[in-house]
Design a protein around this ligand. Structure first.
Ligand code: BG6
Length: 484
């Protein structure tokens, strides 16, 4: 079965990884502006990359440096968006997933009025996309919440964040609703558990009177409620709009058929699903509730929360998929890294230079599972391969490894659709090189478009088309038929 005619082919980027201009036009500091590049830290050591303390925040506040804070400079999409969008259009993009930096609209998250310069910037981006008939898919919160809200409230632990987010969302719907039909609330909401500061502004040393684990569950609850309220508003304010929820699809296999391994992988998958369950079925799963009880955690809820979750579920499920992982009951087995999560090495799969295991069949498995479980429209909003690219003496970038990766994954997508999966789009991560989330490296490149910048920010920022640029162009032109 061919992919639907209006299939949304495109790419995905996030404000904090591309825009730069971190303190321009009254933008406030976001949590992303605290993340430093740490060349001495092993790329597998997510804890070292993700841990942020109050001391580090204070230091970042007083530091106007951009060399060690790569997300502050991004790839200067803020000034180069026209050039970049023109290149996306040349590849034939039907859709571009972007995010809005909350701090361009509300620098500290609590201002009474939104910052006009921020609104103007995104309107210009949307107008530019419209010029080329590129459908925007907009994430309201992609790892860039206002730093001030982390400092003042310990982020999403505080209920206050729900109202502040809903207020910010309302401004987005009113200002950009004319241009944007597809919305997403939180990027990879499940990641609050893996990097609580980046996704929810939680700092461990500020967890006083409660544990970090309690903080994580409470913050998640607040995000689910905020998502439900934003969904309600979105439908009321923008006719025909669609609000999605998003999951990091962490497909986990048992390392062997030993029942203990099977059990561990089942628990891991159920844990991953629970975040989508809550936003699509509108209630906490029975096992999740019991898990909280067993841990002795009581979530503070307000009377209307359960009704809100039930009434305002998401319209579609968006997910990222990069790798699969395995679980084993044998603690001595070699571990490898994945998308901010470790797993036991799968002997059947190759890995990227960062240890992420390349598993195209896992994407088909994921699509089938998600379709069967939720039966809502699906969209893959991130999939791609981080690699070190080299500009050869002919001035070109021959990234055949990336083409192979994408080709194999798209082949599996076609098969899944053939099997009945209702998939309406694919926005690969990332169409243009940008700053890595986990390691803040520039040298971990995902793009079809090369950006001349190194890890320390040296370079001209010139954009160059890689071999994969022309390959993806032909994939889109043939609606996924021509992969060779
Ligand atoms: C996803 C994030 O989980 O992984 C992106 O939503 C991120 O923001 C992507 O960039 C790839 O991860 P990394 O660490 O290689 O940038």
């Amino acid at each position: 079965m061919p992919l639907r005619k209006d299939f949304l082919w495109g790419g995905a980027i996030a404000a904090n990884q591309v825009e730069g201009a971190w303190n321009i036009d009254d933008k406030g500091m976001s949590v992303a502006d605290v993340a430093t590049f740490k060349p001495h830290v092993d790329v597998k050591d997510y804890k070292a990359h993700n841990t942020v303390t109050s001391e580090m925040i204070a230091q970042a506040r007083n530091d106007s440096e951009i060399e060690w804070y790569p997300k502050r400079r991004g790839i200067d999409f803020y000034h180069k968006y026209k050039e970049d969008i023109q290149l996306f259009a040349e590849m034939g993009f039907k859709a571009l997933r972007i995010s809005i930096a909350w701090t361009r609209l509300f620098p500290n998250g609590e201002e009474a009025e939104a910052n006009e310069a921020g609104i103007a910037f995104y309107k210009n981006v949307f107008k530019e996309l419209k010029k080329y008939d590129i459908e925007p898919i907009v994430t309201l919160s992609h790892y860039e919440m206002p730093l001030a809200l982390s400092e003042k409230y310990n982020g999403w632990v505080d209920r206050k964040l729900v109202d502040l987010f809903v207020n910010y969302s309302e401004v987005c719907f009113k200002e950009f609703g004319e241009y944007v039909k597809y919305w997403l609330t939180f990027n990879e909401i499940d990641s609050v558990g893996r990097h609580p500061f980046t996704t929810a502004g939680i700092v461990e040393d500020k967890c006083i009177g409660y544990t970090l684990e309690e903080a994580i569950y409470q913050a998640l609850h607040h995000q689910y409620v905020a998502a439900a309220r934003a969904t309600k508003l979105c439908h009321e304010l923008i006719s025909g709009s669609q609000m999605g929820c998003m999951l990091t699809k962490l497909t986990t296999y048992p390392n062997t058929c030993k029942p203990e391994d099977v059990l561990l992988s089942l628990e891991s998958n159920l844990n991953n699903y629970s975040h989508a369950d809550i936003q699509l079925f509108g209630e906490y799963p029975t096992l999740y509730k019991q898990q909280l009880k067993n841990k002795g955690i009581t979530i503070q809820k307000e009377a209307e929360d359960d009704t809100l979750l039930k009434q305002y579920t998401a319209d579609y499920l968006a997910f990222s998929y990069y790798m699969s992982r395995t679980e084993s009951s044998d603690p001595t087995l070699e571990q490898t890294s994945g998308n901010t999560i470790m797993g036991v090495k799968n002997p059947y799969l190759p890995s990227t230079e960062w240890g992420w295991q390349i598993d195209p069949v896992g994407l088909k498995i994921s699509l089938l599972e998600l379709q069967d479980r939720y039966n809502v429209p699906l969209i893959i909003v991130e999939n791609g391969m981080g690699a070190k690219d080299e500009v050869t003496s002919d001035g070109k970038i021959h990234d055949s490894y990336r083409i192979d990766y994408m080709k194999q994954h798209i082949k599996e997508i076609r098969e899944a659709v053939d099997a009945g999966v209702d998939l309406f789009g694919y926005t690969s991560w990332a169409p243009i090189d940008l700053i890595s989330v986990s390691t803040s490296q520039m040298s971990k490149r995902y793009g079809y478009i090369y950006v001349d910048q190194d890890d320390l920010g040296n370079g001209t920022l010139e954009r160059r088309k890689k071999d994969s640029f022309y390959w993806y162009q032909q994939v889109i032109e043939s609606n996924g038929q021509n992969l060779d």
